[in-house]
Design a binder for this molecule. Structure first.
Ligand code: UDP
Length: 141
């Protein structure tokens, strides 16, 4: 069995606005992963720029920061065997029209800039992003 890992998952402002938080949480729980931390929050500008730091300088960066700070998100730490890669699979491709049917982005999104969900893309980004959004004592396992 794959190693138990933790990943950072976030329902983006479009998902929260559209009332899809429960849908996303339900998929995570029905899969069998454990939500070990969760909060609804407005992301400050500086945290948004740090979180998406790898995209700084790209044409979509400013729009992305504006979007991710445009309303509340639901931030989570999710735990389980192989959860980092498996959540990426459940989310679907970044561009919803390329996402496999049945994935969250294929089922609920049409555009790349508003694609419902964020999930860490590897162990290093998972550790970094969990640390950006949660204090150790907020994680309950
Ligand atoms: N993004 C965008 N326009 C693009 C590419 C990406 O608005 O042309 C946004 C999109 O919301 C995406 C996020 O930037 O989810 C981060 O991009 P990344 O390539 O890391 O995709 P992800 O890891 O979210 O699938």
């Amino acid at each position: 069995m794959a190693d138990t890992e933790r990943t950072y998952i976030m329902v983006k402002p479009d998902g929260v606005r559209r009332g899809l938080t429960g849908e996303v949480i339900g998929r995570i729980e029905r899969k069998g992963f454990r939500i070990v931390a969760m909060k609804k929050m407005l992301i400050p500008q500086s945290l948004a720029e740090t979180h998406y730091g790898e995209h700084k300088g790209k044409p979509f960066f400013e729009g992305l920061v504006r979007f991710i700070t445009s309303g509340p998100v639901v931030a989570m730490v999710v735990e389980g065997p192989g959860v980092i890669a498996e959540m990426r699979r459940l989310m679907g491709a970044t561009r919803p029209w390329e996402a496999a049917p049945g994935t969250i982005r294929a089922d609920f999104a049409t555009t790349v800039d508003e694609n419902i969900i964020h999930g860490s893309d590897g162990p290093e980004s998972a550790a970094r992003e969990i640390g950006l959004f949660f204090k150790p004592e907020e994680i309950l396992s």
